[in-house]
Design a protein around this ligand. Structure first.
Ligand SMILES: [Zn+2]
Length: 120
């Protein structure tokens, strides 16, 4: 999927900030791998109903966002090796409309095996 135009990206960042805090104040880490987050990911794919509401927007790094693409999040996270407790945490957050991160994220880095790159 092509990158969203800047205006849309800024809108998504503002919406994501309602749950994760301002990225200019908070440290945003990729919720999947723990690397510094530079993008906003649609947890359920772009075409999903209500996909651009705040509860569906999570901080992500570019490599995770690109590899995940339009995949079902649980299917993708399982395939690339996101720890099961992290998957459960993300599903719980998605289901909690009033979730707001109250401090900098603490997400331990984990190596993921992307589908778009060959296993070594
Ligand atoms: Zn990542």
């Amino acid at each position: 999927m092509p990158h969203a135009p800047f205006r849309e990206t800024r809108l998504l960042r503002d919406r994501a900030a309602r749950r994760w805090g301002s990225p200019t104040i908070r440290r945003w880490l990729c919720v999947y791998c723990g690397a510094p987050a530079t993008e906003v990911d649609h947890f359920y794919p772009y075409t999903h109903r209500d996909s651009s509401l705040p509860h569906n927007l999570v901080p992500a790094c570019g490599p995770c966002n690109r590899d995940k693409s339009n995949t079902d999040p649980v299917e993708w996270m399982t395939a690339v090796g996101v720890p099961p407790d992290r998957i459960a945490w993300l599903l719980a957050i998605y289901a909690e409309p009033t979730f707001r991160a109250t401090r900098n994220l603490r997400i331990d880095p984990v190596p993921l095996t992307y589908r778009s790159t060959p296993r070594r």
